[in-house]
Ligand binder design. Structure first.
Ligand code: NAI
Ligand code: MG
Length: 495
């Protein structure tokens, strides 16, 4: 089906209402149920999403299972070319997808949403080019035996994604899974069902029917049956630790592999010799203030050497104050909204807890004054100083625009504090000394460590965490080979 460009996100959300995408077609949920999807900037409905349940899961998995057989039989490079072609077509829709994700997620269009839409396209192009890397080895096992390995697809993959960066997180699951010869059923997040549905609709122009299917619905009602389905042979999940545990347990019952990406409380160490201007800019980017801090890698624990601490805090406050909060669809807006009322209440509760635990609160930027946005889920960014290391705001993932700044004296103390966390997703260190940088990267307990920068997920850089931040790596060649294929060993006796 050819897909006409639609640059009005309100029209687009309505047109995508009430359906899943199964076997290349939009279909209503079997139970006929839908739920309201809100624009978090106004709290008004923008459409309704299909409320999938076990029956829809059954239908989607059956289709995916049937389609996977032919898909896996195609030459790897042919699959890769089709996936890369999806990326090229998605790239033509960047503006459209950026606006739609800004509307449903509340993330500002210029600083966040359009950027995410372009990274999505890039990931499909990148993984499409990796198809020839699905290769095996020959092993010198015995001169009379030819011994080799091949990479085989796992079958139907279940992908469960959250609302904070749904396009990117879908891409790093779907693209490698498809290139490796699997079919996929995606379960979108409740708050952001439309943009990922639109992406899958656009991809139907290229892909054979049934290899990529998408359901919307609630976690236990739709995600649960997907994980539990007997024909789903691998689950890739991004979201909370709590739900990650539920998914892991259900997968354990079936003895299937899972990838879990579960967030963090990432440290940023600013040494006394750091370039303070760059470090402050890095804190703004790393904390994702423009995304209301809703990032699993958010640099929410900023450890600053005592010589720089006060200057750093003053400059950070100035920079955050200069960010403009407003309508996510407005090009002038730097900071959009929190995703929904529940999440906003959670964030505001943490801000109260922080003050009651004795930390000093600095509330920054300003709420938008547009009356249209009066019911929006806006929260002013907060920096806490004088935070105790055992305070709840210092240890728990807030997933909002709340950063804690701590003072330290020595390098060893900074590393110890940085590692004193249940999480281990990302970490950064800011220093002009090479030895300090190298030792820090060695000692920091995290899956993604950077020096003097704070990049987000990039094609071919393995991404994932240790400790409660999860299991497995995504976004790289290794992620495709290790998580979306299994290795078959073949021994031919030549005697
Ligand atoms: P969640 O982990 O409950 O939701 C993520 C996805 O899992 C959604 O698609 C949801 O429908 C699905 N899900 C929920 N329960 C499920 C179940 N029993 N079986 C299968 N799938 C299920 O996250 P939620 O409730 O949206 O946010 C709560 C907190 O999680 C946030 O405050 C934040 O701390 C954290 N979070 C972390 C993210 C990350 O990138 N690591 C992303 C989103 C949230
Ligand atoms: Mg939940």
């Amino acid at each position: 089906m050819p897909v006409e460009m639609e640059l009005d996100p309100f029209v687009l959300a309505k047109s995508l209402s009430g359906v899943h995408l199964i076997d290349g077609e939009f279909v209503a949920p079997i139970n006929g149920k839908t739920f309201d999807v809100l624009n978090p900037a106004t709290n008004k409905s923008i459409g309704h999403a299909a409320e999938g349940d076990a029956d829809d899961v059954e239908r989607a998995v059956a289709v995916a299972k049937a389609a996977q057989k032919d898909w896996a039989q195609r030459p790897a490079r042919e699959r890769g070319k089709l996936v890369a072609e999806c990326g090229r077509i998605l790239n033509q829709h960047v503006d459209e997808l950026g606006k739609l994700i800004a509307l449903e997620s509340g993330k500002a269009l210029r600083t966040e949403s359009r950027v995410e839409a372009s990274v999505l396209a890039d990931m499909f192009v990148f993984f499409g080019g990796l198809a020839s890397e699905l290769k095996g080895e020959t092993i010198p096992f015995n001169p009379n035996m030819m011994t080799l390995t091949t990479r085989e697809p796992v079958g139907v993959v279940g992908a469960i994604i959250p609302w904070n960066v749904p396009l990117l997180l879908m891409a790093i699951k779907v693209a490698p899974a498809l290139v490796a010869g699997n079919s996929v059923v995606v379960k979108s997040a409740e708050d952001t069902p439309f943009t990922v549905l639109r992406v899958c609709q656009i991809m139907q122009q290229i892909l054979p029917k049934g290899v990529l299917n998408i359901l919307s619905g609630f976690g236990p009602g739709c995600g649960g049956p997907l994980v539990a389905h007997k024909d789903v042979k691998k689950v890739s999940f991004t979201g909370s630790v709590e739900t990650g545990r539920i998914v892991y347990r259900a997968a354990a019952e079936k003895l299937i592999p899972v990838t879990l990406e579960l967030g963090g409380k990432s440290p940023m160490i600013v040494m006394g010799d750091a370039d303070i201007e760059k470090a402050v800019a890095g804190a703004i980017g790393g904390m994702r203030f423009t995304r209301q801090g809703q990032s699993c890698t958010a640099s929410s624990r900023i450890l600053v050497h005592e010589d720089l601490h006060d200057d750093f805090v003053a400059r950070l406050k100035d920079k955050v104050n200069s960010l403009k909060m407003g309508n996510p669809l407005d090009e002038a807006t730097d900071i959009g909204t929190i995703i929904n009322a529940k999440q906003r209440a959670k964030v505001c509760n943490y801000i109260e807890i922080g003050s009651s635990e004795g930390a000093q609160k600095h509330e920054l930027s300003a709420l938008p004054d547009d009356p249209e946005l009066a019911d929006g889920q806006f929260v002013r960014p907060v920096i806490f100083t004088d935070v105790k290391h055992d305070a709840r705001i210092a240890r728990e993932e807030i997933f909002g625009p709340v950063a804690c700044v701590f003072k330290f004296k020595t390098f060893d103390e900074a590393i110890e504090l940085a590692n004193d966390s249940d999480f281990g997703l990302a970490a950064t260190v800011w220093t002009t000394d090479l030895k300090t940088a190298l030792v820090a990267t060695k000692r920091l307990e995290a899956g993604f460590v950077q020096v003097n920068q704070n990049l987000v997920v990039q094609p071919n850089l393995s991404y994932g965490g240790v400790k409660l931040s999860g299991l497995g790596r995504e976004a790289s060649l290794e992620s495709m080979l290790e998580h979306f294929t299994h290795k078959k060993t073949i021994i031919l006796n030549m005697e």
